[in-house]
Design a protein around this ligand. Structure first.
Ligand code: FAD
Ligand code: NA7
Length: 516
């Protein structure tokens, strides 16, 4: 064992895992580990566990810096702690509120129809679930013999990672044959007075101790719309501030329809508006000043909570990537089709890579496939095309493949046929729920069997509906096959098998009844 390695091992002799590190080092004297993963979120954990399953000696670093409001959490990354999971739970809580009112129409005797959720109880339940997932994750890592260090790792050079051990605060180093960067991102704050001191983000809302009350949600992307909708469903008063358009990057028609659905449900939008400052008033509430870029007028309003949902920044600042020769672009890491960075032996997966969808299943599959290529001789690359996604608003929006605009831009309007239709979910009739925004469309080639390029659906349980169609689309689904598929009645997913009206025909896509 080299003197340096001996020092490293003896300096940390009280550290349980150190013994194992020394053992590892003696079995391969060149590096302490085969793989060091920076980041224990969806991508990093999937990669680390798969690599360990392939027999590699793996160390995973994960560390969460508290938000400006002081929120922090455990291992598992964004999805588990402050993303998909708590978001889906709050979404479900808000849907249940709506269901209580529907239940009355269906004959249930619900004594108090002005039911209000107990925010603190909801937050407690959500946080308890998250803590159980954190625990299971740690047990899983231990079972798979992945070393876990709860510290921030950064590069000394391309094989050498430095970190601060806790609780001793001692600086330590570890070497690895390969390094995978999976550090993800965190919400951005606008550069205006009061933003960090007085505003919160999605990193705080799921553990927020006091009721959000009247909330200004700044940003009309996926996260902003979802947060506004669950807050509304839980009985609060969100307002969405939109800088330009809602849901940039998604199909325009579907996005506008979703915004109309939100407006109908009483969520106001402040269009073409940017925030200028946030101040705390004497009564404790927040005075937000803003500017409308169309009318060139200033305005202000008072809120209980301001939630920034203006996008996310990659966590590259503290990685010292220059020391390792890793190139970045717009704050993200540039990788090739094999997730290799500009530095040999260093790879990146998940939200931190440039130009790829920021979604958990993408991060997980890419991490897993990378581990198999590094340690099991696999050649399989991640396919980032046709990834399905869902916006969890009360009528959800889910899609897979191309938007209508992208299909037209790539193939020309004359080569694209769009089949569309409004529909009436059977379960909406008795409670007389609005069907105005229940709409779906298939974007297809115009010729031959009409290969489907994109499917879009607004309605109940959209994610569940589109997941199966996503597999079909990846297998080359055509309009011919879709229309030869017998539907399951009465479902809303079956509407895809009944699409008969093209946009080109100009016919009214509104159905006469549920079974027409
Ligand atoms: P992360 O999960 O962010 O994990 C990175 C980890 O690395 C973090 O724990 C971070 O603290 C840690 N870290 C950073 N730097 C270092 C360092 N130097 N050393 C050690 N550790 C470090 N996706 C979906 O598919 N469906 C959804 O419904 C969905 N909803 C979302 C809702 C919200 C509100 C948000 C914010 C995101 C949502 N996402 C959703 C996106 C999803 O959460 C991310 O795509 C996914 O978590 C990315 O995984 P990752 O491993 O790349 O990064
Ligand atoms: P997005 O999708 O990047 O959306 C950010 C939104 O915030 C978008 O509407 C932006 O408007 C708006 N924005 C950005 N900067 C500002 C400023 N400075 N002021 C006001 N509004 C602003 O981010 P999300 O967080 O919603 O989602 C990120 C990923 O997380 C998503 O892909 C999911 O996978 C999970 P713009 O359209 O740029 O004018």
């Amino acid at each position: 064992m080299s003197a340096m390695k001996f020092l490293r091992c003896s300096a940390s002799s009280t550290f349980r895992s150190t013994l194992r590190w020394c053992r590892h080092a003696s079995s391969n004297p060149r590096y302490d580990f085969d793989l060091v993963v920076l980041g224990g979120g969806s991508a990093g954990l999937a990669c680390a566990k798969e690599a360990a399953d392939c027999g590699a000696r793996v160390l995973c670093f994960d560390f969460v810096k508290p938000t400006p409001a002081g929120t922090k959490w455990g291992i598992g990354g964004t999805c588990v702690n402050v993303g998909c999971i708590p978001k889906k739970l709050m979404h479900q809580a808000s849907l249940l509120g709506e269901a209580v009112h529907e239940a009355v129409a269906y004959g249930w005797n619900v004594d108090d129809q002005n039911l209000r959720p107990d925010w603190r109880k909801l937050v407690r339940s959500v946080q308890n679930h998250i803590k159980s997932v954190n625990w299971v994750t740690r047990v899983d890592l231990r079972d798979k013999k992945v070393e876990y260090v709860n510290s921030m790792g950064s590069f000394l050079d391309s094989h050498n990672i430095e970190y601060v051990a806790r609780p001793s605060a001692e600086r330590r180093q570890v070497t690895s044959k390969f390094v995978v960067v999976a550090v993800g991102g965190r919400p951005r704050y606008p550069d205006i007075p009061g933003a960090q001191e007085l505003g919160i983000t999605s990193d705080d809302i799921f553990s927020y101790e006091r009721e959000p009350g009247r909330t200004l949600v700044v940003g009309a992307g996926y996260v902003g719309l979802e947060c506004a909708c669950f807050l509304k469903g839980l009985g609060y008063e969100p307002t969405v501030m939109v800088r330009s358009i809602v849901l940039r990057g998604f199909d325009r028609q579907m996005s506008e329809l979703l915004a109309a659905m939100m407006t109908d449900r009483g969520i106001p939008f402040l269009g073409t508006t940017i925030p200028k400052s946030v101040e705390r008033q004497a009564d404790g509430r927040l005075l937000v000043r803003y500017h409308n870029t169309t009318t060139q007028t200033d305005g202000s309003d008072v809120f209980d909570t301001v939630l920034w949902a203006i996008g996310r920044r990659g966590l590259i600042e503290e990685l010292n990537l220059e020391a390792a020769g890793v190139k970045t672009r717009n704050g993200k890491i540039v990788v090739d089709a094999a997730e290799a960075t500009s530095a040999a032996h260093i790879f990146a997966v998940g939200d931190i890579i440039y130009g790829r969808p920021e979604l958990t299943p993408v991060a997980i599959l890419a991490g897993r496939l990378l581990a198999r290529r590094l340690f099991a001789g696999s050649k399989q690359l991640m396919d980032y095309a046709d990834v399905a996604t869902t916006v969890f608003t009360p009528l959800e929006y889910s899609c897979v493949g191309m938007s209508e605009e992208t299909a037209i831009a790539l193939h020309g309007a004359e080569n694209i046929e769009v089949f569309h239709g409004y529909y009436k979910p059977t379960e909406f009739f008795i409670p007389q729920k609005s069907v105005r925004h229940c709409y779906l469309k298939a974007v297809a080639e115009i010729s031959g069997d009409q290969k489907i390029l994109g499917l879009h659906y607004i309605g109940p349980v959209a994610g569940e509906v589109i997941q199966g169609f996503a597999a079909a689309l990846k297998s080359g689904l055509t309009v011919k096959t879709l229309l030869n598929t017998v539907g399951i009645h009465p479902t809303t997913a079956e509407e895809f098998t009944r699409l008969s009206i093209t946009k080109r025909s100009g016919r009214d896509p509104t159905p006469a009844s549920c079974c027409s």
